[in-house]
Ligand binder design. Structure first.
Ligand SMILES: [Zn+2]
Length: 585
């Protein structure tokens, strides 16, 4: 399903990129662009730019970029048609009748996942699923909770789901695309999830996007999750966020696994979420920031759990979240604690939970023997390093007092050690960012591996031509006169953009980044954002001549490589191009 270019252009015109981005990012004017802190990677200096004239955004740090549609796709985690729908709602513009709804393939896959969830759920209450149901009850879940989460059971069979879904009219390739079945060695397929209790993973819009399946004994793997699919990115979703997002407290509890989250939810802590079988990611931290200002990490009490908590805290802090870490006395996890001591006791525990810095200082303290001078020095040096990362001087002062007390030194001595460390820390952060920005590899090659240039020099000339075409559509005639067309480009995706721009120029249309968003993949749009964000060096005529010359030289070189006489090749090239250019005009 496609939208018309006219509709996309009109909608983009009503959704000014500055207005839309400002809803998520604080922008400040600098030169002809707006700059802010990138919402897609963690940084201290704003390398995220918005150009209102071209209606594009581009991050010089991580390479994110594109039109207003790409921005919404990226920040709201939507497909292109969903982003169009989102912006149309925002602008109060009705979608053209044939454009309504999300793309057909995606819709069908979502239905398949929903039907699979229904199949697992129904199996759980059948004789076949009895063993799963008993298991969940044995873990302390109430029937109402099982229903609320739509928990299910995958039978101990090779083809139950496969048969049930193909009977409903779904194809094997659709089932395979969602990771529900896998190919066997005889050319057939078998169910991926077998003899497991099933946890549907539901996004914030209520779609079933994936599954987690847990064994009921000690066999491995304990959890099996859906692979990355068109519907599911595990680094960009959180389990139970569909419930937690409704919590009014602006606080989330980050638990270690599905069972912990469900137990917390059953006890009334609906703000509990978990990552999906992998370590917490920056994207998940950003996602949490949309619904919360504070995160309480409630991982297992054992060493592995506490180490994971420390790592999660390091990911959450830069997303501007207040982080606290829960210590569960006398129990291995929150589930066990609540079952033994009840909801009120856990609530009190939450209120008392240590903030991240206390937790860190205690961990450092445990590594040193504070009864010796050597141990105290070691502790104070490590503590100063950790405290140097706090951005608030008030917080630095307060924690410095506590650490100084433990280490038995004056606070001022520790504070000056912290300041020294902080200057070094800030220098390091800044250097890292600058290095990333200036890295030659980064500045000449697309971020996405699939788009990498084979011939960087020629591709740069092709980029230059695209930038010129978007600034001056009349440059299309110069290109034509030189006999250069998209077919001469070495980079496939630059070729595609060039063909589109020339087509628009020929039809007398102005070039719109909105219509291009439908035509190009998001990573291609990001690269276009980068190309169009390059500063305009002026003197378009001579720049254009240089670009054309480079492309012609490359063609001559290729002719040599294929065994033609270089001089003849060069001469033929010019002849051919001239006649080609002439016949077109
Ligand atoms: Zn970025």
């Amino acid at each position: 399903m496609a939208f018309s270019d006219t509709f996309l252009d009109e909608l983009a015109a009503r959704c000014d990129i500055y207005e839309i981005v400002s809803r998520y990012v604080t922008l400040k004017k600098s030169g002809s662009n707006w700059f802010g802190l990138c919402p897609f990677h963690t940084e201290k200096t704003g390398s995220f730019s918005v150009n209102t004239e071209k209606q594009i955004y581009h991050c010089f740090g991580c390479g994110a970029g594109g039109s207003v549609y790409n921005f919404i796709m990226q920040i709201e985690n939507l497909t292109f048609p969903e982003a169009v729908e989102f912006l149309a709602n925002l602008a109060g513009v009705p979608l053209p009748a044939q454009d309504a709804g999300v793309s057909d393939n995606r819709k069908r896959l979502l239905e398949l996942n929903r039907d699979a969830a229904r199949f697992f759920y129904q199996t759980l209450s059948s004789p076949e699923g009895r063993v799963g149901y008993e298991y969940l009850l044995g873990r302390g879940l109430k029937p109402g909770t099982i229903k609320r989460y739509g928990l299910g059971f995958a039978p101990d069979s090779w083809d139950s789901l496969l048969n049930a879904m193909t009977e409903k009219g779904y194809t094997k390739s659709e089932l395979r695309e969602l990771g529900l079945i896998k190919p066997n060695q005889r050319g057939g397929f078998y169910d991926q999830f077998r003899n497991r209790v099933m946890f549907p993973i539901i996004d914030i819009r209520g779609n079933v996007i994936a599954f987690g399946g847990r064994v009921m004994d000690d066999s491995k793997p304990k959890y099996l999750n859906s692979p990355e699919t068109k519907l599911f990115s595990k680094s960009r979703n959180l389990f139970s966020l569909n419930f937690a997002k409704k919590s009014a407290s602006r606080r989330l509890i980050l638990a270690e696994g599905y069972m912990d989250v469900i137990a917390l939810n059953q006890a009334g802590f609906t703000e509990a979420v978990a990552s999906l079988g992998t370590a917490l990611t920056q994207e998940q931290a950003k996602l949490m920031k949309r619904f919360a200002d504070e995160v309480v990490i409630s991982y297992d009490a054992d060493n592995a759990g506490q180490n994971a908590a420390a790592r999660a805290a390091e990911i959450l802090k830069p997303a501007d979240l207040k982080v606290r870490i829960l210590k569960i006395p006398g129990a291995k996890d929150p589930d066990e604690f609540i079952r033994e001591h009840g909801r009120e006791a856990f609530s009190a525990l939450l209120e008392r939970s240590e903030d991240h810095m206390e937790f860190t200082l205690e961990r450092i303290r445990n590594n040193f023997d504070l009864t010796t001078d050597e141990g105290r020095v070691g502790f104070l040096k490590e503590a100063a390093k950790a405290l140097a990362r706090l951005s608030s001087p008030i917080e630095r002062e307060i924690y410095a007092s506590r650490a100084a007390e433990s280490g038995n030194v004056g606070k001022d001595a520790l504070l000056s050690e912290i300041e020294r460390n902080r200057r070094a820390y800030l220098r390091r952060v800044k250097n890292e960012e600058t290095r990333r920005l200036l890295s030659p590899e980064k500045s000449v090659q697309p971020v996405s591996r699939a788009l990498r240039y084979e011939d960087v020099r020629t591709a740069r000339a092709e980029e230059g031509i695209i930038a010129l075409l978007s600034r001056e559509p009349a440059f299309a005639q110069t290109l034509q006169a030189a006999g250069i067309g998209p077919e001469d480009f070495t980079s496939p995706f630059l070729k595609k953009i060039c063909a589109f721009l020339l087509e628009q120029a020929q039809a007398g249309n102005s070039v719109s980044s909105g219509a291009l968003s439908q035509f190009l993949a998001p990573e291609e749009m990001s690269e276009l954002g980068r190309i169009l964000s390059a500063p305009d060096m002026g003197d378009h005529q001579s720049a254009g001549r240089d670009y054309i010359r480079i492309i012609q030289e490359t063609q001559a070189k290729h002719a040599v490589a294929s065994g033609e006489d270089p001089l003849l090749a060069m001469r033929d090239l010019h002849k051919e191009k001239k006649s080609y250019g002439g016949s077109l005009s």
